[in-house]
Design a protein around this ligand. Structure first.
Ligand SMILES: Cc1cc2nc3c(=O)[nH]c(=O)nc-3n(C[C@H](O)[C@H](O)[C@H](O)COP(=O)(O)O)c2cc1C
Length: 371
């Protein structure tokens, strides 16, 4: 029977245990460049079987929050190189989460102060995080987006490709995870609530999954399929994501992914950071059928689950074979040595929510390891 502490292979990635650090935006990269604090933060957490970085913008247009790091300028890549070197020196593995926020952004973050882009010109009932001129942070409403022209889509797919290539070849990452979850651009195309297009990218399921597969194929072509992964959140309402019938949509996504030889599929079960039982539509989402659609299509990548996992639930998921890997978010913020604490079943520290987004070392690199 597998345990959380057994090694596992995820595509080309050999992981020393099954405990994954979930992607966590921390808004501490001024000018989109991860600095020395980020090096310390990730190094402290390198005993995870795999670290998924915070969402990292593939382009300036993909930026949605203040002080989020990027993968589109040389100094950003150099900053990440220092992070990946530190994690590798500590024996860890790290993948970059490739992020385009779509409509979850603000004019002030966009190139030339323009409107954020989206499948359709529908504003998300959602907030973004900005830093005001006096240096303090604030949550503000997202801006009105504009609908992408079909002719602009290949350029965005190419931004994903370029970011993936640079992540591997320049920044030294072990792989990349496409952010297909939580109501951001890829998810905005998938769900009917945010996608009212009447062209090849909207309407039928086949059309709404098109952008996702174009991105996956471009990224896998640049990074190698065995170093490419994707994060999905079939029912989350995060960032105003909605679809009344997620089961056939996400089974279609799963079967398409199954044919593509990816490293892993990362699934947020329920409402991100909320109820694991959350549902959209009439019936509870069937995660077993979702996974079966992936396996039946030939998918051999690792199955990574997340959302509200504690030690017991995670051990059970791995022991029962429901998951190959489990990602922990908030627990990794407060417990840099989470792997050891789970193994020794020692007490877990509680994260301080007031320092999640923005600021400096406090609440970022000053959580101690257990003695
Ligand atoms: C501070 C914070 C930042 C987050 N940033 C991201 C992110 O950049 N990308 C992402 O996919 N999810 C992000 N999430 C969601 C987490 O990865 C995770 O899905 C969520 O916290 C639930 O897992 P947990 O119960 O183990 O914390 C964030 C969550 C928190 C609390």
């Amino acid at each position: 029977m597998a345990t959380l502490f057994d090694p596992v292979q995820a595509g080309d990635l050999a992981l020393r245990n099954r405990i994954v650090m979930a992607p966590l935006t921390r808004n501490r990269s001024p000018n989109a460049v991860p600095g020395e604090l980020a090096v310390t933060y990730y190094r402290q957490r390198a005993t995870a079987g795999l670290i998924v970085t915070e969402g990292t913008a593939i382009s300036q247009q993909g930026q949605g929050y203040a002080d989020v790091p990027g993968l589109y300028a040389p100094e950003q890549l150099a900053g990440w190189r220092r992070v990946t070197d530190a994690v590798h020196e500590a024996g860890g593995r790290i993948v970059a989460q490739l992020w385009h926020v779509g409509r979850v952004s603000h004019d002030t973050l966009q190139p030339g102060g323009g409107k954020p882009v989206a499948p359709s010109a529908i504003r998300a009932k959602s907030k973004t995080y900005l830093i005001k001129p006096d240096g303090s942070g604030a949550f503000v409403d997202t801006s009105e987006p504009r609908a992408l022209e079909a002719s602009e889509i290949p350029g965005i797919v190419d931004d994903f490709r370029r970011a993936a290539k640079a992540a591997i070849e320049v920044a030294g990452f072990d792989g990349v995870e496409i952010h297909g979850a939580n109501g951001y651009l890829v998810d905005q195309f998938l769900r009917s609530g945010s996608n009212h297009r009447t062209d090849d990218y909207g309407g039928s399921i086949e059309n709404r999954v098109r952008f996702l597969f174009e991105v996956v194929d471009a990224v896998a072509g640049a990074a190698g399929a065995g170093r490419t992964a994707i994060r999905l959140s079939p029912v989350t309402p995060a960032n105003d994501a909605s679809d009344p019938d997620p089961q056939p949509l996400f089974e279609r996504v799963a079967s398409g992914l199954g044919r593509r030889g990816l490293a892993y599929v990362h699934v947020i079960e329920g409402a991100t950071g909320g109820s694991r039982d959350f549902q959209q539509g009439e019936t509870p989402f069937d995660y077993q059928a979702f996974r079966a659609a992936y396996r039946n299509a030939g998918g051999q990548g690792a199955w990574l689950v997340n959302n509200g996992y504690d030690r017991e639930l995670a051990e059970e998921a791995v022991a029962e074979g429901r998951a190959d890997l489990v990602a922990f978010g908030k627990l990794f913020i407060a417990n840099p040595d989470l792997v050891r604490r789970l193994k020794e079943n020692t007490e877990l520290a509680t994260p301080d929510k007031t320092t999640f987004y923005g600021g400096g070392a406090k609440g970022y690199v000053d959580y101690p390891a257990a003695i």
